[in-house]
Write a protein of this length. Structure first.
Length: 265
């Protein structure tokens, strides 16, 4: 039996010029294999901090993250992270950027086989024709497709997405949401998406983890999303359950926003 991704009593404290800042406190969630989960909350509530600790890029101050029942102590090939910015090496082509990840995951492959693998993943995200182009020659959306291809080329069990569509125009954002959903439908790997977009979270997720506002942000509400799959935008937007869930999420966010403002006053 595949064990879930476990986040247990995660607390992260930063030292600041004015003292200790506890961004997240006693944050605990369990994510079963194959589930698509979104972390949703206001900007600055600690969503990206939690995801960074899941990826092994930061250490928890207390608590931690377990994969297969073992606490992680850094990055691992079973976890791939896609950032809001594509973060591509500008002097490498799209193909070469993906080849770097292929070489990391499968170093025994020949150079030609690594290139073939890279092109396979570029084709998977629909941009094989741009393989030889440099990032500066690509649109922001195409660059993000390269970043997704690079992450997938690691063949991770966990795909961690840190607001990967946040810098895109609405049409491109919708296209990439559908791309990620299509890829997820094919292999059902575990996905954790950080977003502050309510409609995005509802559209893609099996479950939404709503976070309270920081400091000391926690899990405020876990909301299962039982909208039919596979999903398309038209059927979701005409589903009465979608509007009920949307109202519930917005009520939660508005309530906690008011609480935060009252504390700050």
């Amino acid at each position: 039996m595949i064990k879930p991704l476990e986040v247990t009593s995660l607390t992260k404290v930063f030292d600041t010029p004015t003292g200790k800042n506890t961004v997240v406190k006693d944050f605990s969630i369990s994510i079963p294999a194959g589930q698509f989960v979104s972390l949703l909350g206001h900007s600055g509530c600690g969503k990206s901090t939690v995801l960074s600790i899941m990826a092994g890029l930061q250490e928890a101050t207390f608590g931690g993250v377990c994969v297969d029942g073992r606490e992680i102590s850094g990055p691992g090939l079973e976890r791939a992270l896609v950032f809001q910015s594509p973060s591509l090496l500008p002097w490498f082509s799209a193909e070469e950027n993906v080849m770097l990840a292929v070489a990391q995951a499968r170093p025994k492959l020949s150079r030609n086989e690594q290139r073939r693998q890279a092109n396979h993943y570029l084709e998977m995200v629909g941009i094989a024709e741009y393989a030889k182009q440099l990032p500066a020659q690509l649109s922001q959306g195409t660059q993000q497709r390269v970043a997704i291809a690079r992450a997938l080329s690691l063949e991770p069990r966990f795909l961690l997405l840190d607001e990967p569509f946040g810098m895109l125009d609405s049409i491109t954002r919708f296209e990439l949401q559908d791309l990620v959903l299509d890829l997820w439908e094919k292999d059902r790997r575990t996905v954790v998406l950080v977003t502050h977009d309510v409609d995005e979270a509802l559209y893609v997720s099996d479950r939404i983890i709503l976070m309270t506002d920081g400091p000391e942000a926690q899990v405020g509400l876990e909301l299962p999303i039982h909208l039919p799959r596979p999903r398309d935008r038209r059927s979701v937007s005409s589903n009465a359950e979608y509007f009920r869930l949307r109202a519930q999420v917005i009520d939660f966010l508005e309530h906690h926003s008011k609480q935060f403002q009252e504390k700050a006053a």
